[in-house]
Design a protein around this ligand. Sequence first.
Ligand code: ATP
Length: 250
Amino acid sequence: MSDEPLALDVAHIGHSYGARRALDDVSFSVAAGSFTVLLGLNGAGKSTLFSLITRLYAAREGKIAIFGHDVARESGAALRRLGVVFQARTLDLELSVMQNFIYHAALHGIGPGEAKRRGAALLERAGLADRAKDKARDLSGGQMRRVEILRALLHEPRLLLLDEPTVGLDIKARADILAQVRALVAERKLAVLWTTHLIDEVTPSDDVVVLHQGKVLAADTSANIMAATRTDNIGAAFERLTGAKARDAA
Ligand SMILES: Nc1ncnc2c1ncn2[C@@H]1O[C@H](COP(=O)(O)OP(=O)(O)OP(=O)(O)O)[C@@H](O)[C@H]1O
């Protein structure tokens, strides 16, 4: 283990909507340079957790730190290190891919020249260089998602959160996106928190957090969770922990 701080440290987080308890004493961490899957069914509390990590909501219970920076007390330093891909599509469909990059980069204080340079390099690496001038509207669903992921990397975050990034995509597009993000983890030592309800997106070496009805039921490597539940696949482990069936594929 290195002395590097955790990419994400979520400690005793709780959140209620009126009387409904959406998150209850949620704790887990994402190590720097790791791929962590947050596995939970619809309603588990994944989006609520994202809203707290990104400061859309202020956390009233518990603490969240990004690379050692408390998101409540040092929001600037914490959020600078964070890139986010939300579940809902957020590209401006009437703008070109590069214009989308330039506007987004401006939000992070990056000028248009630098945004173009970084955007072109990201597109090149992703094999999408020829789409820079195309309107976002003309991309396929899978390409839009890949462009959104690249856009989230423009300010060079070290932690990337993705909220159900493969929802609504076909098998090939889902596999491409997973491969793109796993390559980023390997090449850039980017830490990733990938939320999904799809069991087949987990590999045995991934770290997995099982979130169910607002509570963390397990947080460990996939292999250790299988061993602890005496199961031979993460789907069976999920069922044993939650009493519910996760889905294999979209
Ligand atoms: N704005 C809100 N007002 C009231 N209840 C809410 C609100 N947002 C979420 N909830 C409730 O909080 C719980 C957790 O919801 P959340 O959206 O965080 O789950 P999720 O795991 O992201 O599910 P999904 O993938 O379906 O969005 C659910 O019971 C949901 O109905």
